[in-house]
Design a protein around this ligand. Structure first.
Ligand SMILES: Cc1cc2nc3c(=O)[nH]c(=O)nc-3n(C[C@H](O)[C@H](O)[C@H](O)COP(=O)(O)OP(=O)(O)OC[C@H]3O[C@@H](n4cnc5c(N)ncnc54)[C@H](O)[C@@H]3O)c2cc1C
Length: 588
């Protein structure tokens, strides 16, 4: 069974997003649907042939340490090496940098297959692609040659080292220190020391070299560290130094996770001896701003993995529901053979709900990827700015909606499997465990909510939000699915009214229930996605696809859109209920 539907991806890329217009842009000139199709064929085939078979084995055999080095389950390590040898990590790297130069949208569609098959395996690749891209964006030519090219060549993998034991959501509080230590061909050199926590692929035996991107603060002359996030700088800290010696970096322990077990997750010490050698990227104090390029890419990828795993969970649930016989149809108690459980309306409800989540989330992630392409490659500055603005607004939703809802879809998958779903003999339980990370890493759902409401919606006085509402209202005016379109328009009005009210409140009060806003806005965005997908499928066919998209769209509007007022209930009805709750309630 395929882990992801190629026909759905083709529909999303070509009929819904009209990604073919990217090939009209100078950056992608000369490419066509066939080129993209060949890459997708290979990526998805490799995901299923090489990564799927070691999905369970690498869950059972977690990474382990031997003589201070981390080992990865051998079949998974071999699969990652094959991906790199085939050059699939170069899909969206520019040709002048040795890559295929495909749009990020197409590369993202390829990654969806890898994530559905083996999310832990995909993490090595995803982190490295984003790491090398950041170095290419902000590094000097010498830094690119030393630290990005080896990743392009498949000889090195990359990490992101942000979190510390005492600083996760609040990166402004990190205490990793950097002391200036001269200059060389690679730029300003520093000695880095400090503890990093939760570092994915912080060590591994897949590649000899690892390029760590480390956030740290440059020590002032009086020995103190600058306060807050403006004091953060970014450093490239390789495992192996240019002279071939080992850098002063060690893994102090592995975290034993609930899922996602194939990827080592490391507690790390930088500079326990003389200080780890690192080179500054860009300017001092620009670290967090630069790192946001990698974090934003990773956020789309986290959402994508939630979507991809929900898609695979939906296929498995559908297959099971069609095979498993239990009970009789309503009104036929005790008569004839048991029916496949798919005959029961409650099972169909869950299958529809799963599909609405899985396909809707995948569509949203591809939409965001397309906005990322347009924000760089569209022909006019106005088009690039407009895409960048919309991407910024949608990124917290793209990260959190598939993460949270994908988990709900997998929980329904376990329910559809009944008792069997709760066992390790079936795949749903591991998909659920693997997915549980998504609402946590790359900024928790609570942090995404603050970003959305505080920065992206209220931060610019509602300007970007207003332009997005105008776009949705234009879609609502289109033909077909009139009832759903009317619901979408009414929801736009309600959200607009709410934002106008919140804009008049002190920030602290407005942000007190930001998660409710994120949930409501997320459902609204998905309503827009579903309406436009159903209309596109009705236009382009085939009939079976039009029926499937149309039915799922109607389900989403009938069952999910009515939940939006409840999601906003605290904001509209009792905004101070949580913040004003007396401390004594939580005295423990
Ligand atoms: C498996 C795994 C892999 C990871 N990989 C990496 C990696 O490769 N590199 C890396 O740097 N990090 C990585 N992380 C770290 C991850 O990004 C952090 O766990 C995450 O950002 C949350 O930080 P924390 O764990 O310190 O939780 P905390 O920041 O302590 O948060 C605890 C809770 O408090 C809430 N909270 C915190 N502050 C606020 C606030 N201001 N307002 C409202 N609520 C708030 C959070 O939403 C959360 O629910 C990984 C984590 C895990 C579990």
């Amino acid at each position: 069974m395929a882990v992801i539907s190629r026909s759905d991806i083709d529909f999303l890329l070509h009929d819904w997003l009209d990604a073919g217009r990217l090939a009209q842009l100078p950056r992608f000139a000369g490419q066509d649907r066939e080129d993209w199709g060949r890459y997708l064929d290979l990526a998805h085939a490799m995901a299923e042939r090489e990564f799927l078979p070691c999905w369970k084995t690498s869950d059972r055999q977690e990474p382990w340490m031997e003589n201070g080095e981390v080992r990865v389950e051998p079949a998974l390590a071999a699969a990652v090496r094959l991906w790199l040898e085939a050059g699939l990590h170069l899909a969206d790297v520019a040709p002048e940098e040795g890559g295929m130069g495909l749009p990020f949208t197409v590369a993202t569609a390829g990654m969806a297959g890898l994530m559905a098959a083996n999310v832990a395996g995909s993490a090595f690749v995803m982190l490295s692609c984003a790491n090398a891209r950041l170095i290419c964006a902000f590094g000097t030519p010498a830094q690119v040659a030393a630290f990005a090219r080896p990743q392009h060549a498949g000889r090195a993998l990359g990490t992101m080292c942000l979190s510390e034991p005492e600083a996760g959501s609040s990166l402004g509080d990190i205490t990793t220190r950097a002391r200036a230590a001269g200059r060389d061909d690679l730029g300003a050199r520093y000695r880095i020391s400090g503890a990093k926590m939760w570092i994915s692929a912080g060590d591994q035996d897949i590649t000899g070299q690892i390029v760590h991107l480390v956030l740290a603060k440059v020590v002032r002359e009086d020995g103190t560290l600058p306060e807050g996030s403006r004091g953060i700088s970014l450093f490239m800290v390789p495992k192996i130094l240019p002279d071939g010696s080992r850098n002063d970096i060690s893994v102090t322990g592995l975290n034993h996770k609930m899922g996602y077990r194939g990827t080592p997750n490391c507690a790390m010490a930088f500079g326990e001896r003389e200080g780890a050698t690192g080179w500054l990227v860009g300017q001092e104090g620009q670290g967090l701003a630069q790192m946001f390029q990698m974090m934003n890419e990773a956020r789309i990828n986290v959402g994508l993995s939630g979507a991809a795993m929900a898609c695979r969970g939906h296929f498995l649930s559908t297959a099971y529901a069609c095979e498993r016989r239990q009970g009789r149809a309503q009104g036929r108690k005790g008569q004839g053979r048991p029916v496949p459980i798919v005959a029961h309306p409650d099972i169909r409800r869950m299958l529809l709900a799963q599909r609405a989540i899985a396909e809707g989330a995948l569509a949203l992630c591809l939409k965001s990827a397309m906005l990322a392409d347009l924000s760089h490659a569209a022909q006019t500055q106005a088009e690039r700015d407009s895409a960048a603005e919309m991407l910024a607004l949608l990124t917290p939703v793209t990260k959190s909606w598939p993460s949270e809802q994908g988990l709900a879809a997998l929980s329904m998958g376990i329910q559809i499997h009944g008792g069997y779903g709760y066992t390790r003999d079936f795949d749903l339980e591991q998909l659920y465990r693997d997915s549980r990370l998504n609402p946590i890493h790359e900024g928790t759902t609570g942090i995404q909510a603050l970003d959305l409401l505080g920065r992206k919606v209220l931060g610019d006085g509602g300007a970007a939000f207003g332009r997005f509402l105008a776009l949705v209202r234009r879609e609502a005016k289109g033909e077909g699915f009139a009832e759903e379109a009317a619901t979408l328009s009414r929801t736009a009005d309600a959200l607009e009214e709410l934002v106008a009210r919140l804009a008049g409140w002190p920030a602290e009060r407005a942000l007190g229930n930001a998660t409710g806003f994120l949930e409501a806005f997320g459902h609204f965005v998905l309503g827009w996605v579903w309406l436009s997908m159903a209309r596109a499928a009705a236009r382009t066919g085939p009939a079976a696809l039009a029926e499937a998209k149309g039915w799922t769209c109607r389900y989403f509007f009938a069952a999910e859109m009515p939940r939006i007022p409840a999601m906003m209930a605290l904001l509209t009805g009792a905004p101070d209920l949580t913040s004003a709750a007396p401390e004594t309630l939580f005295a423990g």
